[in-house]
Write a protein that binds this ligand. Structure first.
Ligand code: ADP
Ligand code: MG
Length: 353
């Protein structure tokens, strides 16, 4: 039940949910849904310190900027590596989200952060959001937000396992009774897969390709479980010997080879969390399965591969890229119901391994 005070607050200020991802930032406006979905990239003019572009426009500049402009990804490995740029990005996004109807009070903001983030980093996120114009700032761990976005029964005495494979990190978490029972944060996710492809192509074909090309290859040529047809991607890169452009064909077999060590690390990470999870909760996970979110969940063949490696059913969130943002939206609809899962005090962080 919303009381009068809460109703008034809603009239005079916006409620905004933010998934501050390493690869993509999504913004949810209560009553409207997801209003912004942009790459987490900011282009800064180094001479003036001014922000030149944010989001897709800035991403297009990655690897192509003149000397005085740098395209920065302010979140590396899921944590804020560049505080000022993160703040600028948040200010821009909060402004844009409220563009059509600015209200008189500062917005209430729910921000998703990776599990495994330290209290110092949480304080940094909170400060960045406040400086960017937020009023009340509530922090939620991303796997919890993803679980809420997937409508998992996180408040019930039943274990749910969520694996959120993003750009910089994969968050593995077991949730029950509104808390994080076990969690692990791996630096093996989408960015690493791109790097794996770059290294493989360099070693095998002796050509150098850029990160964007590697990502494009990952999208079209991945089949972690071999299928009937061979998948192929033509890529152009710089020949390491002659220095001239050269084209090669990369197949799904190449990608399997390129990604094998990282995929193994991901499987191992999930196993480690399972091994330390209390038996009652494990029984729930084995019965109910593991829920995948994040862009990495779209890696072709990954659900099937995990299912056969772990012998546990795998479910992929519908639209895994927006699960966390949708979760922040569900929280905003009824913040009292989710009060217990929000991190209000940085010194009171849940247990992790
Ligand atoms: P973050 O939460 O860290 O911002 P996201 O959940 O937005 O990350 O996922 C971004 C990652 O997902 C990127 O590394 C991207 O390459 C990867 N990704 C997105 N779509 C696909 C796809 N169809 N196949 C494989 N990987 C994908
Ligand atoms: Mg994410």
């Amino acid at each position: 039940m919303t009381n009068i005070k809460e109703k008034l607050r809603r009239i005079f200020s916006h409620d905004i949910g933010i998934d501050l991802g390493t690869a993509n930032t999504l913004v949810y406006l209560r009553g409207r849904g997801i209003v912004i979905n942009e790459p987490s990239v900011v282009a800064v003019n180094q001479k003036t310190g001014q922000v030149v572009a944010v989001g897709a426009e800035a991403k297009a500049m990655l690897g192509r900027t003149p000397a005085h402009i740098s395209a920065i990804r302010p979140l590396v490995d899921g944590v804020i590596s560049d505080f000022e740029v993160t703040e600028e990005m948040l200010a821009y996004l909060l402004g844009k989200a409220q563009e059509s109807s600015r209200k008189i009070l500062a917005p209430r903001v729910v921000v998703g952060v990776p599990s495994g983030i330290t209290s110092v980093e949480i304080r940094a996120v909170r400060d960045a959001a406040r400086n960017a114009g937020a009023g009340m700032v509530h922090i939620v761990e991303e796997p919890m937000a993803a679980a809420i976005g997937m409508r998992l029964p996180i408040h019930d005495p039943v274990g749910s396992m969520v694996v959120d494979i993003g750009g910089g990190t994969s968050d593995i978490a077991v949730l029950s009774l509104g808390g994080v029972v076990r969690a692990k944060n791996l630096r093996v996710a989408g960015d690493r897969f791109n790097q794996d492809i770059i290294s493989y192509v360099r070693n095998q074909f002796k050509i150098l390709i850029g990160e964007k090309t590697a990502e494009a290859v990952k999208f079209v040529a991945t089949a972690l479980i071999p299928e009937g047809d061979t998948l192929e991607a033509r890529v152009k890169g710089r020949d390491l010997v002659t220095g001239l452009p050269r084209e090669v064909i990369i197949t799904d077999a190449d990608i399997r080879e390129a990604l094998s060590a990282s995929i193994e690390a991901l499987v191992l990470g999930i196993r480690e969390v399972l091994e330390t999870t209390p038996p009652e909760v494990i029984a729930d996970v084995i019965e109910r399965g593991i829920f995948l979110a994040g862009g990495g969940a779209l890696l072709h063949g990954l659900p099937e591969l995990l299912e056969s490696e772990l012998n546990i059913p795998i479910h992929v969130a519908s639209d895994p890229l927006s699960a966390v943002a949708r979760g922040t939206g569900v929280i905003l609809e009824d913040i009292e119901k989710f009060r217990d899962i929000l991190i209000e005090n940085e010194d009171d962080l849940p247990q992790k391994i």
